[in-house]
Ligand binder design. Sequence first.
Ligand code: SAH
Ligand code: SF4
Length: 374
Amino acid sequence: MPTDIKSLSRDELETQFKGWNESVYRVTQLLTWLYSRRVTSWDAMTNLPKALRAKLADAFLLQTLELVRKQGAHDTTQKFLWRLRDHALIESVLIPANPALYGDASDRHTLCISTQVGCAYGCKFCASGLDGWKRNLTPDEIVEQVLAVEREVTSDKWHVTGKPVLSHVTRHVSRAVDNVVVMGMGEPLANYENLLKALRILNAPWGGGIGARKITISTSGLAPQIRRLGGEPEQFRLAISLHGATDEVRNKIMPVNRRYPLKELVVACEDYQGQKGRMLTFEYILIAGINDSVEQARPLAALAKRLFAKVNLIPYNKVEGLSWERPEEKVCESFLAVLKKQKVPATLRREKGGDIDAACGQLRLKTERELTST
Ligand code: SAH
Ligand code: SF4
């Protein structure tokens, strides 16, 4: 099976073009078609000689994601369900910038992307792991989520016509996604090589052009890979899905904690910070009766202080078929108050978790179940 062209770095493309005796400036032209114009066919690359296009088509795939379902509206959270070439389903979620938070009601967006089909880590509360792990996404499948969403939401239709729409001639091509969070389906650090390759393409000035500090990787706590990430040159941000500040709670809901208990996870985070000197974020889902008591907030505050971490509290989104519930609002507020009192930087996601805001993995699960029941 040939590789997709969007799995290759600029260096790899240059080596290939040299091998073909093609000039290197053709690589720049190709990259512009792929990442600025976001075209979906070789034929659209009109300034590349036909013979070169034929060579490229022979050697590489140029795949796009097929949109199966879209939920949500232009100015709210939008969920995209994609079908891959082997018919597997994955999700991406586009979240508009919150004007109240950023003072900017513009077209800025954060995209939440997936890195695997399913997940092997089986956290007890999560829809993504319910049917187990199927496969890793390739770098191009990770990168293409950004491009495909931008094709859907921007008004320039280069990829369709090969010609600029008048109003966009001077503005260059619009970028709809300026923040990426790797918090969709799958455990990103369990697909380390492909993840890093994809993030480097999204980060590169010749690729997605998204700043490393605007890319956040979320992990359930794979200690060795956290250390390895600390040694990479890029300044990607890191979020730890903690959900429990004691082994007792984490063991109950996250099987990964038996492999890498808190003590080991904390040391890996310290190593990471030793290399990067950067602040971490703890993601903490509040689940009624499991981790939402004030007694749990205290050890969480202690851990956050030790690691200079900011805490994002997220009331649990109900998953069909699972019995976990979100706590009442006042319970969430009291939990937040304990952290604040301890001077831990913390936020509580307060918007009502409408259908669309439900965590990643749920639209896919629903669709797969509907498909298999028909
Ligand atoms: N595997 C990685 C990234 C994907 S999960 C990780 O676990 O960090 C992204 C985030 O969504 C994690 O913090 C995860 O715990 C959270 N999540 C999963 N199911 C959820 C649910 N039903 N409600 C709220 N958050 C959920
Ligand atoms: Fe996998 Fe993350 Fe879901 Fe856990 S929370 S099952 S690691 S996707």
